[in-house]
Design a protein around this ligand. Sequence first.
Ligand code: SAM
Length: 276
Amino acid sequence: MTKRQTWFTEYQTDSLSLGLRIEQILKAEETAFQDLLVAETETYGRLLALDGAVQTTDKDEFVYHEMITHVPLFMLDAPRKVAVIGGGDGGAIREILKHQTVQEAHLVEIDQAVVEAAREFFPAISSALSDPRAYVHYVDGIEWVKSARDFDVIVVDSTDPVGPAKGLFQAEFYQSIAKALSPQGILVAQSESPFLHQSLIRQMKAGMQTAFSDVRLYLAAIPTYPSGFWSFLMASKTPPSVSRRLNEDAIETRYWTPAIQHACFVLPKFVEDIVR
Ligand code: SAM
């Protein structure tokens, strides 16, 4: 372990970066798929970065993991079978397993080294991976989804659209997901920043519309992601309506609330214009 005072810099675009002062580098590894870094930061606690991009930090991970899971799950009365594509830190699985109706939560992660680092350095995020209802598959999500069936929710918790994650942003992948979902099933995917990635959001929405009739965007504030203002696209074959469970099932959260379930779909004008 190296003890030093230095900065982690994520170059988010050609002209924008995020700097976090780090207290200690805990792990720096070139995995079979990407550069992995675990470091202790002064402001956001422990950081996981892949190929120089922040994936998660101890202090703000709850926003992303709660919002990518509870919003789709609370659209269904009894979600039973759920999958996460990517998501190797385990945070999405932790939130999914808070729903008592869930019988199987599958994590489909291409890079085993990410899960191993999460188990070692982020126990509070990854602990649910040891739950008997959690199943971990180390395969490419693009291939895995082709033979998956009867899922109630599929969450695409991916890295940015480069390298192995590129195909996770394509129409063909969304078409395979549509076949893998039950008739009422829901796809949700992180769709980056409305400030910085408008054309990607439009492209993802158009791709989802080739397989789903209802596609909608929702928002959350995530300080360590580019611009701090993040979006998610949710797609289904019939328009979803919020479940009766919303006010009945008490789920312990720090960002998501029953009111946010509705409010997150209210879009500022410039964001509405992106997905119009
Ligand atoms: N919350 C994060 C974000 O928005 O930056 C994503 C976190 S999660 C660690 C992303 C994971 O997606 C990575 O561990 C990466 O290995 C995985 N991944 C990328 N492409 C994949 C693919 N084709 N199949 C399965 N997992 C993939």
